[in-house]
Structures are given as structure tokens and as C-alpha cells.
Design a protein around this ligand. Structure first.
Ligand code: IPM
Ligand code: MN
Length: 363
């Protein structure tokens, strides 16, 4: 393949600003201009307000058929449906289920120049990946839960063998391809659950144990979700790859992000066997939208993940290399105190940071 189609959705709030920043970095990282073709499609909360549809079918079809999907941020908290949920979130959530994007990959990495909220840790000492199952658990009940007579509400969590096997397998493959945990260099998969209380999680753990038999070279470790929140604060350097159920992954990926500079620094890749969807882990931050001060780095790093994923998938070394260069360029830029964004205590604008990243990529 010589040309890859990228479906681009800007979304709501700061979505358009960070999306543009990400696209600029992607283009600067790729010497060959014609390799990627970008096309924009509408979706989100604003669109829902204007048209009554948050995720048009044409946008879905374009995303399904594209080589990758790149997104800013979605949702506006004040735009809610009668049941209280946010229609603006349809885009990301429906993509997960309809394209079977079962792996939500969230690298938690402390970049040079960023002071961790955990004062004892230096860049290089926090570098692990949270692998969140992205299609099951409570999220699978979305839109199907029940409120009975205004008295009793229920959503049912579903965990399947197939869903667990494939995410755990991916965790082991990822551990094999990484350098191991910062503290001891060991390749390690930590299965995070609540197996001591609920059967569905005990099942998740049992399946993880079975899959682990195929990977004797990688250590299998277990943590209960409540204890995990303590470990991620006290000994983040112990972790290499953490695999967990959907909602637990949602929660601990925000916790992890907080230890490496916050949500603004945190990229995401949501991938299945046939599609990949890339966006920062943060939301649309409507309170700072349009002011040019959003931290674009999570989205820029997500662009890097997209290039790496495309490159590995199509055995295209130029793309793999470009992905790695984005990560390095961010590391270089953020070291400069004059280029720290507001959420990291600096005053640099999104455009100034993006300019610097593009410059580092060009040089
Ligand atoms: C995330 C977000 C989403 C989630 C929301 C926006 C639906 O918080 O990607 O982590 O809950 O998964
Ligand atoms: Mn989340």
C-alpha cells in the first residue's frame, strides 16, 4: 500500500484545536507528503444539537472504510439526552462496539521535563501500558440498562471468554515487544480485577492464567483493583503491561495519567483486528475551548501511536519510524520550561507547543 486514508473527526470543545495540532505533527513527522490522505467528517454533541444526530451513518461508513480514524475530543456535559446520558459520546462508544475495537491501549510514560505528581519518580521510571478491554463489562450494557418504577436501576456487566482471551493475549504480546518494567527490566503482565468478590472477575483472572501458559517468558502478576490504585501511586516503576476489564481500565488510566503530567499528556489507541481509532485520553474541556491554551500533547502522541500502528500493520518502516520520532520530539520540546502548557504549570499556547514539535520533527 502506498497511500493510507485517514478519517478525521474534530469533535467538540477543544477537539478541533488539539486535532489540528495532532495533524500538523503527523504531517511534519512524515517526509513523504502523499502517504496519508486526510478527510474530515462530522460527529459530536454540537452536531446533535444542530441536527438531532450525533454520529451520522456516512461518518460511520467512512471510519469503517478508512485505514485509521483520528479524533480530537467529544462530548459536552450540558448536552444530555432525556435519560441523562451524553449523546456526544456516541461517536467514540459506537466505534468501539461496531468496529470491535477491543483493545484500548494507554501508554503511561513520564516524559523528560514533566514533574510527576509523585515526587520520588524521574522520567524513565514510569513507563508502563494499560491495556483496557474495550467492548465488554458494564459498558456493553449502555443503552440497555433498566430503571424500574423510578426505584431500582440496573446495568449488567458481561465478561466473555473470547473477549478476555484476546485482550490478555494482546497484553502478553505487548509485554514481549517492550523492554520490561523500569525497575527490574522484567517482562510482566499484571491482571487487574476484583476476583475476590465477583464471579465475572474471578473468571477474567482464570482465563488470564490459562492464556499465560503460552507465554512462560513473561511473568504473570495479579492485583485487585482497589490495591492497584495504591500500587500505581507507590510503585509505578514495577509495572510493564497492565490488563484489565473495561471500567477498571477507564478509572486507572486516569489515575496513571495523573502521575505523568495529567490527562493532557495521555494518548490512546483503540484497535481491533481491522480498524484503529486514535485520540487523547482527555475529554473536550469546554471551559477552555477556543482560548488556544489546551495541551495538544496527548493528541500529538496519539498521532504517533497511529503512525506506529499503521506501520506495523502494513510493514511500512517509514511509518513506524515516524511514530517513534513523534514520541522523541515531544520529549525534546517539553523539556523547555518555556514550552510547558498551562496544565503543567507553564504558559505556552497550543500553537507554540505544536510549532516546536514540528520544528523538532523537521530538524
Ligand atoms: C475514555 C472516556 C470514555 C470512556 C467516555 C468519554 C465515553 O472517559 O475514553 O476513557 O468512558 O471510556
Ligand atoms: Mn475515561
Amino acid at each position: 500500500k502506498t497511500r493510507y486514508e485517514i478519517a478525521v473527526v474534530h469533535g467538540d470543545g477543544i477537539g478541533p484545536e488539539v486535532c489540528e495540532a495532532g495533524l500538523r505533527a503527523i504531517k511534519a513527522a512524515l517526509p513523504d507528503e502523499g502517504k496519508l490522505a486526510f478527510r474530515e467528517y462530522p460527529a459530536g454533541a454540537r452536531l446533535w444539537q444542530e441536527t438531532g444526530v450525533s454520529f451520522p451513518e456516512e461518518t460511520f461508513n467512512a471510519c469503517r472504510d478508512a485505514d485509521a480514524i483520528f479524533h480530537g475530543a467529544a462530548g459536552l456535559p450540558e448536552v444530555t439526552a432525556p435519560d441523562g446520558t451524553e449523546p456526544g459520546l456516541d461517536f467514540g462508544l459506537q466505534l468501539r462496539f461496531r468496529l470491535d475495537l477491543y483493545a484500548n491501549i494507554r501508554p503511561i510514560k513520564l516524559h523528560p521535563g514533566v514533574t510527576s505528581a509523585l515526587r520520588h519518580f524521574e522520567p524513565g521510571e514510569i513507563d508502563y501500558v494499560i491495556l483496557r478491554e474495550n467492548t465488554e463489562g458494564f459498558y456493553a450494557a449502555r443503552g440497555g440498562g433498566n430503571v424500574v418504577r423510578g426505584e431500582i436501576a440496573s446495568d449488567t456487566s458481561i465478561i466473555t471468554r473470547k473477549g478476555t482471551e484476546r485482550i490478555v493475549r494482546k497484553a502478553f504480546e505487548l509485554a514481549r515487544s517492550r523492554n520490561g518494567a523500569p525497575r527490574d527490566g522484567r517482562k510482566r503482565v499484571t491482571c487487574c480485577d476484583k476476583a475476590n468478590v465477583l464471579r465475572s472477575y474471578a473468571f477474567f483472572r482464570r482465563v488470564a492464567r490459562e492464556v499465560a501458559e503460552d507465554y512462560p517468558d513473561v511473568e504473570l502478576d495479579f492485583a485487585l483493583i482497589d490495591a492497584m490504585t495504591v500500587h500505581l501511586v507507590k510503585r509505578p516503576d514495577f509495572y510493564d503491561v497492565i490488563v484489565t476489564e473495561n471500567m477498571f481500565g477507564d478509572i486507572i488510566s486516569d489515575l496513571g495519567a495523573a502521575t505523568v503530567g495529567g490527562m493532557g499528556m495521555s494518548p490512546t489507541a483503540e484497535v481491533g483486528d481491522d480498524n484503529g481509532f486514535f485520540q487523547a485520553a482527555h475529554g473536550s474541556a469546554p471551559d477552555i475551548a477556543g482560548r488556544g491554551i489546551a495541551n495538544p500533547i496527548g493528541t500529538i502522541l496519539s498521532g504517533g501511536l497511529m503512525l506506529t500502528w499503521l506501520g506495523e500493520r502494513h510493514r511500512d518502516n517509514a511509518l513506524i519510524d515516524a511514530g517513534a520520532r513523534i514520541d522523541r520530539a515531544v520529549g525534546k520540546v517539553i523539556r523547555d520550561p518555556g514550552l510547558l502548557p498551562g496544565d503543567l504549570g507553564g504558559t505556552a499556547t497550543s500553537v507554540a507547543i505544536t510549532d516546536a514539535v514540528c520544528e523538532a520533527l523537521a530538524g
